[in-house]
Each structure stands twice: as structure tokens, then as C-alpha cells.
Design a protein around this ligand. Structure first.
Ligand SMILES: NC(=O)c1ccc[n+]([C@@H]2O[C@H](COP(=O)([O-])OP(=O)(O)OC[C@H]3O[C@@H](n4cnc5c(N)ncnc54)[C@H](OP(=O)(O)O)[C@@H]3O)[C@@H](O)[C@H]2O)c1
Length: 248
């Protein structure tokens, strides 16, 4: 069995790579900086782990890396590559916004496209998107990140219907806070935070069970649905009241 993980050099992607390697899968991992992958992991899983230095925004490079890894067979593609650039000001920073949308949205499109070229002829496979609970609400000072994850959630919601008759399961994962280098750059509290290997266990089970949208951990799921269903004027008041770690 073969799984390719974008953004597998660190955090959730790396934890998932280790989980699948432990299950005996052949795992392909990509990132821009392969030196992030711990030497101990490379040495332990040498035979089953393939590393590809590729930026997910490079459509053709990603396509050729995935094709090279798959050699005609790919069971699971996990699009975990993503960035969240901390932004303390209330005014939007459009350079950061472009970078976030490029990686989180276009990078995911490129990953799915490349994987489908292998999966469709085989009439089977799973496309997994690591979105975020941030895609369900507009978090202050994280507009581009929230927009990028909302785009991913809705893109996958459509595909989960479109691709099922072709034998392709589309699975969206919406985690709350996970302790990774991405969240370690934040200066605000991380409610209900969990570690990356616990997250990988939960994501693995959700993928096994083909859950179309998996939101976790449960306390964050309850909080996010509460915020999602609040009348928007009340949501705005609530968010202006808490105003985490920023400047105006
Ligand atoms: N941590 C959380 O609380 C949390 C919550 C919800 C959702 N998420 C999502 O989970 C995913 C993984 O995040 P993480 O927390 O594990 O963060 P992370 O530790 O910073 O990992 C991000 C990964 O993405 C890769 N990456 C970034 N830009 C890339 C690009 N242009 N091309 C290829 N690879 C790229 C990084 O590798 P290189 O630097 O080597 O390129 C790294 O492997 C992201 O999509 C994030 O939005 C995280």
C-alpha cells in the first residue's frame, strides 16, 4: 500500500508518515526543506520512506514527484502542506495573504490533480485534505488562513460527491489546535491543544473509515459549531471581546 504526504517533513504530516510507516505502507513525503525530517526517522524507515524536495505550488514538479513515487499505484494522498503566517495587526497584509492562498489552496489543487492522474485509471484511492476548524469561522487577524481552509473544505465537499462514483473517497480533516512548529509561533492560548502523534492516530482512523468531514478534538468541535451557529452580530461582539494576542 502506498501513501504520499505533502508537507510530510514536519508536524502533522510527519506524524502521519510515521503512523503509516509503522503500518507497513510505502510512504512518499514532500516538502521544501528535507533536512527537517529527523535522521532517526530516515534511518529507521529507510526501505519504505521516499523523500521528495518539491514545493506544492510547482504544479509540474509535484506531478512528476507523485508519478515517480506511485509507479502506477497510489492508495492515499494526504495534502498536509500548509502555512499560517502569524499576523498581529488588524489591517490585512496582502503579501502574506497571497502566500497563504498559494500554498494552502493552489498547493492542494496541485496535489489532488497529480494524485488523480494515478488513481482514476485504477478506479480507486483516497484524497485527504488537512483543512482546519479555522475554515468554519472567520478568526480575527487570520482572514487569509481562514479563507484558505474554507476554500479547501468546500472544494472537498463537492468532490466527495463528484468522485465517489469513480471509486475515489475524499476526506476532509478539520483539526483544532495541534502542537507543531506551526502553532508554536503563536502568542495566544491554544485551547484543547493535542500533540501531533495523538492527532495522527485520530486522522488515521478517520481515513480508514472514509469520514467525509472529521472535526476534532470533540471540545473544539462543540466550540466551533457554537461559534458557527451564533448570529453573526453576536459572533462579532464575542470575537471583539476576546481579541487574542494582537495589536490594532
Ligand atoms: N497545527 C495546528 O494546530 C493545525 C490545526 C489545523 C490545521 N492545520 C493544518 O495542518 C497542516 C500541517 O500543519 P502543521 O501544524 O503540521 O505545520 P508544520 O509543522 O509547519 O508543517 C507544515 C508542513 O508543510 C510543508 N510546507 C509548507 N509550505 C510548503 C510548500 N509550499 N510546499 C511543500 N511543502 C510545504 C512544510 O515543509 P517545508 O517547510 O519543508 O516545505 C511542513 O512539512 C497545515 O495545512 C495546517 O494548516 C494545523
Amino acid at each position: 500500500m502506498k501513501v504520499f504526504i505533502t508537507g510530510g517533513t514536519s508536524g502533522i504530516g510527519l506524524a502521519l508518515a510515521i503512523k503509516y510507516l509503522d503500518q507497513g505502507y510505502k510512504v512518499g513525503v514532500c516538502g521544501r526543506d528535507l533536512s527537517k525530517v529527523p535522521t532517526a526517522v530516515i534511518e529507521k524507515y529507510n526501505n519504505n520512506l521516499s523523500l521528495f524536495q518539491v514545493d506544492v505550488t510547482s504544479r509540474e514538479e509535484l506531478k512528476s514527484s507523485i508519478a515517480k513515487f506511485a509507479e502506477g499505484r497510489l492508495d492515499i494522498l494526504i495534502a498536509s502542506a500548509g502555512i499560517s503566517i502569524p499576523h498581529k495587526k488588524t489591517l490585512p497584509d496582502f503579501d502574506r495573504a497571497h502566500a497563504i492562498i498559494n500554498t494552502n489552496v493552489l498547493g492542494l489543487l496541485n496535489s489532488f490533480e497529480a494524485a488523480l492522474e494515478v488513481m482514476l485509471p485504477n478506479k480507486g484511492g483516497k484524497l485527504v485534505a488537512i483543512a482546519s476548524v479555522a475554515g468554519m469561522i472567520g478568526v480575527p487577524r487570520a482572514a487569509a488562513y481562514c479563507a484558505s481552509k474554507a476554500a479547501v473544505i468546500k472544494f472537498c465537499e463537492s468532490l466527495t460527491v463528484d468522485l465517489l462514483p469513480k471509486g475515489i473517497n475524499v476526506i476532509t480533516i478539520a483539526p483544532g489546535f495541534i502542537d507543531t512548529p506551526l502553532t508554536q509561533q503563536n502568542n495566544h492560548p491554544l485551547p484543547f491543544v493535542i500533540d501531533s502523534s495523538t492527532a495522527a492516530e485520530k486522522i488515521y482512523v478517520a481515513i480508514e473509515n472514509n469520514i467525509p468531514l472529521y472535526i476534532f478534538p470533540i471540545p473544539m468541535k462543540i466550540l466551533i459549531y457554537f461559534l458557527y451557529f451564533l448570529p453573526r452580530w453576536l459572533y462579532r461582539r464575542f470575537m471583539m471581546f476576546i481579541q487574542w494576542g494582537g495589536e490594532s
